[in-house]
Design a binder for this molecule. Structure first.
Ligand code: GLC
Length: 467
């Protein structure tokens, strides 16, 4: 009786293998090449995106009228407010402390190399002086084009400039009511949608959105990134046809040939319908190294909300924020970290504190971030560590995320499996102090001896100079 089970298992394995083979050949037959919008070659694309792939770390800024209620940028939706009820925020908006130069300095000190500002969020309010609407900053207490000042201030600090633009618009009279609009019908019945949408014309809204994107990409000089947000196709949703995504992207590429565009236009079946994937608010452990061949940028908040949220108190620790940054780079991706300035136009003290702490770490460890990517095959990260790699300088960075490894390495030792003969020198990155190591006899392993006392660095990094 005994041998029966293994034999059955074997049969099962063979069956699974055959099934997998059959499936993969079906898949192979089905992979017709994706459609294309332009004719850029992979080499040209790599070149266009080179600075972004190198820089790895950016700042997102969500700022709009929702900073006044200070309870989430979706407050209009969450509380089902209509335009009249929301009007008080427009009437009150007066960011008397707005000084984007201080924002830019904070971003730079934190090591951020690019910044993306919400020129318009779902609420429809424009921070820029658009000629297609009156619902804009110039008509509030701000009395000026806030986007223009943002662009100038960040450029002056050498930070690349990006625009977020919401495809959704919960203010525009022609934007049809869909399932996530603040005025979506509770019944969900088609007839209710029809009734609410009488007189609304998406063709007009589509032209409006196109005109505004043209303004943004024409009036502010070179724009490095465009972050369009977002698509939710479906019966009472919106997608590429509603936005006119294909034509929109063509126009964008024509106006700003160097620009980098996110993947929220609902153009997944185009080979060049997007430049990067945007995993949002995922845990480090959920980040993948492959998003269908597209590079990724994970977007994350300090707390739960993008817009300023006064009473939200679940702020990430500095350790958690650094884990997000390092994990992203260890999987060849970027991190864009969000700040939601207050309605008066300043970074909340908690955001400022976090940025300063990140800057403290970056000051001494940024070589393990800029220009780095996933470690090559054959380099295993011991438990409690993450690896990043700079191909140009041939340096491997071992991020000690769990210092001093008391549970795994009682004597401050870290074993690197299979690293024998792979590197010639090891040092702590923050102070270039030597880390001694020895090979483990009879194996390919190497043991590093770490300082018994944790260096005064949130996540210390060992730099291995490869052979
Ligand atoms: C989401 C939210 C939005 C936020 C964005 C950032 O799509 O609607 O509030 O701006 O993600 O990624």
């Amino acid at each position: 009786m005994a041998p029966k089970l293994p034999r059955m298992l074997l049969k099962f394995k063979v069956l699974v293998l055959l099934f997998a083979l059959a499936l993969s050949s079906v898949n192979a037959q089905n992979t017709t090449p994706k459609k294309r919008i332009g004719n850029e070659t992979p080499q040209q694309k790599e070149k266009r995106m080179a600075w972004w792939t190198h820089d790895r770390f950016g700042m997102f800024i969500h700022w709009g009228l929702y900073a006044l209620p200070a309870r989430h940028e979706w407050v209009k939706h969450n509380e089902k407010m209509n335009n009249e009820q929301y009007q008080k925020y427009f009437d009150t908006f007066n960011p008397d402390l707005f000084d984007p130069k201080t924002w830019a300095k904070s971003a730079k000190a934190a090591g951020m190399k690019y910044a993306v500002l919400t020129t318009k969020h779902h609420e429809g309010f424009c921070l820029f002086d658009s000629k297609y609407t009156d619902y804009k900053a110039t008509n509030t207490g701000a009395k000026r084009d806030l986007v223009k000042e943002f662009v100038e201030a960040f450029r002056a600090e050498g930070i690349k400039v990006g625009f977020y633009y919401s495809l959704l618009d919960w203010h525009h009279p022609d934007y049809t009511i869909d399932e996530i609009h603040p005025q979506s019908p509770a019944s969900g019945a088609d007839s209710a949608y029809d009734r609410l949408n009488k007189g609304r014309d998406m063709n007009k809204y589509r032209a409006y959105l196109r005109n505004q994107v043209r303004e943004l990409l024409t009036n502010y000089g070179k724009i490095d990134i465009l972050w369009l947000d977002f698509s939710f196709p479906g019966k009472h949703g919106k997608g590429r046809d509603d936005w006119g995504s294909v034509e929109l992207l063509k126009m964008i590429r024509q106006l700003q040939p160097g620009i980098i565009v996110d993947n929220r236009l609902d153009l997944d079946d185009y080979a060049d319908g997007a430049d990067f994937a945007t995993p949002e608010q995922v845990k480090p452990s959920e980040l993948k190294s492959d998003y269908g061949g597209m590079p990724f940028e994970t977007c994350q908040t300090f707390s739960g909300s993008w817009g300023y949220y006064r009473d939200e108190n679940t702020w990430k620790t500095i350790h958690e924020l650094l884990m997000l940054l390092i994990t992203s780079v260890s999987k060849s991706g970027n991190l864009i970290l969000n700040v939601g300035p207050t309605a008066r136009g300043v970074f909340d003290y908690r955001a400022q504190r976090a940025l300063t702490a990140i800057g403290d770490w970056m000051q001494y460890n940024n070589k393990a971030i800029y220009g780095c990517k996933q470690a090559p095959e054959g380099y295993e990260a011991p438990i409690g560590t993450l690896l990043t790699y700079n191909q140009e300088t041939k340096r491997l960075y071992l991020h000690l995320t769990n210092y001093p490894f008391l549970d795994q390495y009682p004597h401050g030792m870290v074993t690197l499996h299979g690293y024998k003969d792979k590197f010639k020198y090891a040092q702590l990155l923050n102070d270039d102090s030597e880390i001694k190591w020895q090979a483990v006899e009879g194996t390919d392993d190497v043991v590093l001896t770490l300082p018994a006392l944790k260096p005064n660095i949130e996540i210390p990094v060992v730099e291995l100079i490869l052979k």
